[in-house]
Each structure stands twice: as C-alpha cells, then as structure tokens.
Design a protein around this ligand. Structure first.
Ligand code: ADP
Length: 425
C-alpha cells in the first residue's frame, strides 16, 4: 500500500489509541515502537504508520530530536500528511513539549499552518473558546492540576501555547461559532489567519461531528496536531482523494488459546480498581519497590511464581498501589528509583513468561508498557479489535505472534482485564 499518513505520538499507549482510531475508520495501520532505523522499509500492508516515541516528558531538545528523526523517516517513505499526537489533556509544561515539537515539525514539513485540537469528546475532553474541559470542569480545575510530571494549571490553550512556542509566534483560534458552520468556513478561517501570519491555530470541538468537519477542512495541511479523536475524519479525506482502497483497517485476532498474564505498573484510580477486580478471581502477586530495593523480593521469584500459575489460567502481577504507599516508596527510595525498580521487575516478568510460552499479555501503564515492550524487543504492532475506547488488542509483528493490549493508566472500566481476555476465548 502507498504511504499516506505518518504519525508521531509522544507516548506508547497514546500511539496505540491513535492507531485504533485510524484502523476503526478503515485505514490499515501499523505501529512502530521508537523511530524505525533509516533503512526500514514502509510496511506494505499499511497506509498509515504511527511511530510511538517516549517524548512527552523528555527534555525539550531530546523530544524535538526524536520527533524530527521520526519525521525524516516518514518523509523518506513519502507520506502525504503528518500527524503529531499528544494527550487529550494536553500533558505538557510551560516549556514544552507540545509547542516546541509542533514548531520543529511544522518547519520540517514545509512551514505551513497547523492546528491544535486535543478534544476527545467520547472521553469527556472538549475545547470551547480555546479552553480545554475535562467533563464539566476546566482542565485546570480537574485532577490533571496535580499530575506529578505535567500539572495542568492553565486551561486556556491559546495562552498556554503562546508560552511554549518560539518567541514571536502568534497563536490563533478557530472558535465554535465557525466550527459549527462547517468545513468550508473552518478552511476559510485558517486561510485568513495564515494570511495574517498566524500559523498555529487552536480549534474548538465539542463532539465527533465537529472533529470530522475539522479533519475535512484540514485536508490541505501538511501537519495536524491533536489527540487521537481528531484522526477519526482523516481516512474519509484519503478515500475521497483516491489514496485509500476500500479496506478494513483492523486485523482479526480471533480466539487465542494459551497462557495469559496481566502486568500492571499504573497507580491510577481506574487501574487500581481493575487490579482489585481481577485479583478477586485469579492468582495475583504484588510487586513492592521497597522489598525489591532490599532484596526481599527478587524478579526471578516473581517469574517462577507466575510461570507456574499461568499454566492453570490467567495471572496478575502488579505494582499498582495507593497514593500513600507510592509516596512512602518514593520518599524512601526517590521517585525515579522506585519507578525504575518496578519497571525493571515487571519487564523481567514479561521476558521470563514470554520465554515460557506466554501468548496473551495485557500491560497497564504507559511507562510500564514502554519498559515491557523494550524487554521483549518488540519493534512493531498490528492493530486488532477495540476492547474499550482507546485500547485495542494488538499483535506483535516483529517478533511475530504475541497478542498484546497496552492500556493507558486511566482508561477502562473496572472489569477491563476480564473482558479483554474474554474477547479472546
Ligand atoms: P500511568 O499510565 O498510569 O501513568 P505508568 O506506567 O506510565 O502508568 O507510570 C506509573 C509509574 O509508577 C511507573 O514508572 C511505575 O514503575 C511506577 N510505580 C508503579 N507502582 C509503584 C509503586 N508501588 N511505588 C512507586 N512507584 C510505582
């Protein structure tokens, strides 16, 4: 298939979320973990590729360098349009990385206008008059206000981006009054702003119809930026242009016999509920950073325990803990060390179980997913059916055959793990 869309995502579970959105809307897609080597060919089976980076909270210069490397590979493959994907809660700091990466990508892709549209209405993220809402609250009044790495204290995206973007850049807004009128009006307003030298534009969106119109209006832009939901209207553009055959975008996974495991490193409220729900039904073992630190708990023991149990049915190994327990581990060990110990242990369990014949794996947590895929040396994924909004089953392409679900911490209902496994019965 000819390359059409090249996407750069700032984290791994966000990349999967975007790939699912494209696949569900009929676009064959493949996800790469990290920037592919320069000589990697475009995958024949895909019209879109999502490159999953780990750039959300990296130092600004590193995030720009990694994003540009991915952009160069996509350019060399000959994609027609680029998409920079970030979180629908605009996770970033006053310094970056969304603005600086978008500016670097805009320049690398020819310097045209680009839009910023994080709205994800199905997940209660909307943008009105340039302000980002989570449910009925401004972003700055939501729990994102207290995020440990990217506390979001300003919901005014026009103002916030103004701080992140290079010196003289101006940020414009295409507000709801224009968005509700239709694609032609949005296109005209983007052109008018461009004529005034305003190339960075926040766009309001309250529901999926708005997002479809915005995507339609942006068919001539080289670079779009936003949350995964903005991509829902893109396949229709490509089909209209004759670039996309009438195909289904998602691969079939079907029934999957064989050992299954869940590894959870996310401490989000949603994941902790999911862990409790699964632990009530299946064998579960808690990983404790304090015990790992002083050797009372050894990764090899975790592997041995889980290997034995997984022969009888699904197993759960989790580090997910209450804010108090996390705070205690972080105070005693330092946050970085506590996180590293947990990630290394869960990665070792994944590698050990894979060697012992693991066939299905669910990982909860973005950073945790990155560590696990690295330990398994998985380079690329095919995207299968949706489990819940934003989380599909996937199958590893290189090396082939492991069925994986990578769940962002906050996604999913309490019985997510159980229902995900039931889908493969
Ligand atoms: P999320 O998607 O919810 O943000 P991540 O996997 O990205 O989840 O991040 C969770 C981080 O918390 C990881 O670095 C993980 O290693 C760390 N962590 C998990 N459990 C604990 C714990 N009990 N104590 C301290 N840190 C933990």
């Amino acid at each position: 298939m000819k390359p059409v869309l090249g996407c750069i995502a700032d984290d791994i579970t966000g990349a999967t979320d975007l790939a699912l959105m494209l696949g569900r809307n009929g676009m064959p897609v493949m996800q790469f973990i990290g920037c592919p080597a320069a000589d990697t060919p475009w995958p024949e089976e895909a019209a879109a590729v999502v490159v999953a980076l780990k750039s959300r909270t990296a130092p600004v210069a590193e995030a720009i360098a990694d994003s540009l490397a991915a952009c160069r590979w996509l350019q060399a493959c000959g994609v027609r349009q680029f998409f920079f994907k970030y979180c629908s809660t605009f996770d970033s700091t006053t310094e970056g990385n969304i603005g600086p990466v978008a500016a670097a990508l805009r320049e690398a892709t020819g310097g045209g206008s680009t839009i910023f549209c994080p709205a994800f209405p199905v997940n209660q993220r909307t943008v009105y008059q340039g302000h980002l809402f989570v449910g009925d609250r401004l972003l700055s009044a939501s729990s994102m206000r207290d995020h440990p790495l990217t506390p979001m204290k300003d919901a005014d995206l026009v103002r916030f981006l103004g701080h992140q973007l290079p010196g003289e850049s101006q940020v414009g807004l295409v507000g709801y009054e224009i968005v509700r009128q239709g694609a032609a009006q949005i296109r005209a307003e983007l052109a008018r702003l461009d004529g005034e030298g305003i190339h960075y534009v926040v766009v309001d969106a309250l529901d999926d119809r708005h997002l479809a119109r915005i995507a339609q209006a942006c068919d001539g832009l080289r670079l779009l930026t936003g949350g995964s939901a903005l991509a829902l209207g893109l396949p229709a553009n490509y089909r209209a242009a004759g670039w996309l055959p009438e195909t289904t975008g998602l691969v079939e996974i079907g029934s999957q016999p064989g050992p299954a495991a869940v590894l959870s490193g996310s401490c989000s409220v949603a994941t902790r509920e999911q862990v409790a729900t699964m632990a009530a039904v299946f064998p579960a073992l808690r990983v404790d950073p304090l015990r790992l630190a002083d050797g009372r708990q050894q990764p090899a023991e975790l592997v041995a325990w889980a290997t034995e149990k997984m022969q009888q049915g699904p197993v759960l190994v989790y580090a997910s803990a209450s804010p108090e327990a996390v705070a205690e581990a972080q105070t005693r060990l330092g946050s970085a060390r506590a996180g590293d110990l947990v990630e290394a242990a869960l990665a070792a369990v994944a590698a050990g179980l894979y060697r012992e014949g693991l066939k299905q794996l669910i990982v909860a947590g973005g950073e945790t997913s990155g560590a696990v895929l690295k330990a398994l040396a998985i380079q690329s994924l095919r995207i299968g059916p949706e489990i819940e909004p934003g989380v599909p089953w996937t199958v590893s392409a290189v090396p082939a055959g492991l069925v994986l679900a990578l769940k962002s911490g906050n996604f999913g209902r309490p019985d997510f793990f159980l229902r995900a496994m039931e889908m493969l019965q």
